[in-house]
Design a protein around this ligand. Structure first.
Ligand code: SF4
Ligand code: SF4
Length: 454
């Protein structure tokens, strides 16, 4: 693939500042200061051959000049991470039940009160013991739901068994995704004892309403139960991330959401995420053919509350630029080095009934499961069935929009689930695609150089 000929990277940006000219390369993620000649070369005003060899070497090492087909090189780089030999991230859904019923939740049609049985827990423990004995030490275990804290006793029993089998030193890293409403002080202490260090809670409203609105504050402006639990958990030593779900009901309230988060003291650990309708836009019905129960029911998600990707991108841009959280902005310009765990095959998600799938969005959807963990040799043959093959054959490079996309190195085709499992053709574009030029200009002009803040 390498050629002796050097050419300009297609991912170059040149940013004029009052004090200097910067270059940014979207594929390498590098920012560099450009001298006049290099700047002219990157602008294609002067031939590359005019560069002295040290400048040529520097621009090449920083990714601004290339001798390869860059898109082929990206594809090759990603393929190296596909199909690892073991699952390093195990997501356990001890229950699909939830004490909230949020209008947009994709699991609402799958609710059941079952909690994971000892038999299933024992199979997971067996897998973890096997991985640790094979010297696979960087294991991560995430508790997911439904609302996992409805099954706190079961999670505790699992941990007692696992510690007994592995010893404290070899325990996997554990975290949890919860709505936060049950995360009181005693539950927090129990999680800390289990070694769970990181928790994601979520909000979707300014004002809290039990069972339906995950608000940040109460009617009287005091922190809601979720906010107050999160604050106490932080004080107790847990790391908290607060996700704010954005849809048509609250998109105009984003400034109020931001103020409420600021008032209660959670804005520094918060991020905003678009409620997904899996189809790239809003108001298009999607057909799911799965529940976690027979008979299979066709459920039509009207997607009535979602906002389009473009609208969310505009909101995100406004928030990011106004908050001036520079580290977050800079982070948006870092290239992704691999696909998500579902796509590269390093993650498995286990439902309360033992169904094994590869993606968070597949939790509880029987027709997206690879196998059931209780089947003989289930974990040894995970890579062999048709669902695994669907995941393994997926590549963003098979899709026209992505193959030629200008932000491909930052997005890598986004979430694979809609195209892999739902046969949806629209690309699930990152919000950054909609404001990349402004983002590069903003970061480039505000970047601190040699200790000087602009
Ligand atoms: S396919 Fe999408 S939802 Fe599934 S793990 Fe990957 S990024 Fe997440
Ligand atoms: S999903 Fe959209 S933003 Fe991402 S690579 Fe594909 S076309 Fe580009």
């Amino acid at each position: 693939m390498d050629t002796p000929y050097v050419s300009l990277s297609e991912f170059n940006y040149v940013i004029e500042r009052p004090d200097c000219t910067l270059g940014y390369n979207l594929n390498s993620g590098n920012f560099i200061i450009l001298d006049q000649l290099s700047c002219q070369v990157l602008r294609a005003e002067v031939a590359i051959e005019q560069l002295p060899s040290d400048s040529l070497g520097f621009l090449e090492s920083a990714g601004f000049l290339v001798r390869t087909n860059e898109r082929k090189a990206i594809e090759l780089r990603l393929s190296k991470f596909r199909k690892p030999t073991f699952y390093s991230h195990i997501v356990i859904t001890p229950t699909i039940a939830c004490n909230f019923r949020c209008g947009y939740c994709f699991q609402n049609d799958m609710r059941a009160s079952d909690q994971m049985s000892d038999e299933i827990f024992d199979r997971v423990i067996e897998y973890l013991i096997g991985s640790v004995s094979a010297e696979h030490r960087n294991l991560k275990l995430t508790w997911f739901g439904g609302e996992p804290l409805l099954a706190i006793d079961r999670i505790e029993q699992f941990n007692v068994k696992l510690v007994k089998a592995l010893g404290v030193a070899k325990m996997p890293i554990q975290d949890m995704i919860t709505n936060g409403s049950l995360l009181d002080e005693s539950v927090t202490q129990r999680l800390i004892v289990m070694g769970i260090k990181k928790i994601q809670v979520s909000f979707d409203s300014v004002v809290f309403k039990k069972g339906t609105h995950r608000g940040i504050v109460n009617e009287d402006g005091s922190p809601s139960i979720i906010a107050s639990n999160a604050l106490k958990a932080i004080a107790a030593g847990l790391s908290i991330v607060a996700r704010v779900n954005v849809d048509a009901r609250n998109t105009d309230l984003i400034p109020k959401l931001a103020t409420a988060l600021d008032t209660v003291g959670l804005s520094r650990c918060a991020y905003y995420a678009r409620v997904d309708d899996d189809n790239g836009g809003a108001n298009i019905p999607i057909r799911y053919s799965s529940t976690n129960r027979i008979p299979i029911i066709e459920v039509v998600d009207e997607s009535h509350v979602t906002i389009s990707r473009a609208e969310f991108a505009a909101r995100e841009k406004q928030l990011l630029f106004n908050q001036a959280n520079f580290a977050l902005l800079l982070d948006k310009l870092k290239p992704r080095l691999h696909f998500c765990g579902a796509t590269d095959g390093s993650m498995m998600v286990i439902s309360p009934l033992g169904g094994v799938s590869r993606c968070w969005n597949s939790a509880g959807r029987v027709d997206e499961e690879i196998c059931n963990i209780l089947e003989p040799n289930a974990l040894e043959t995970l890579g062999l069935g048709p669902i695994s093959e669907q995941w393994d054959s997926y590549s963003a490079f098979d899709h026209d929009g992505c193959r030629d996309c200008k932000v491909l190195p930052l997005c890598m085709g986004g979430c694979s689930h809609p195209r892999t499992m739902l046969e949806i053709s629209q690309p699930p574009c990152t919000p950054v695609k909609y404001y990349i030029d402004d983002l590069v200009r903003y970061v480039g002009t505000h970047l601190s150089i040699e200790g000087r803040k602009q």
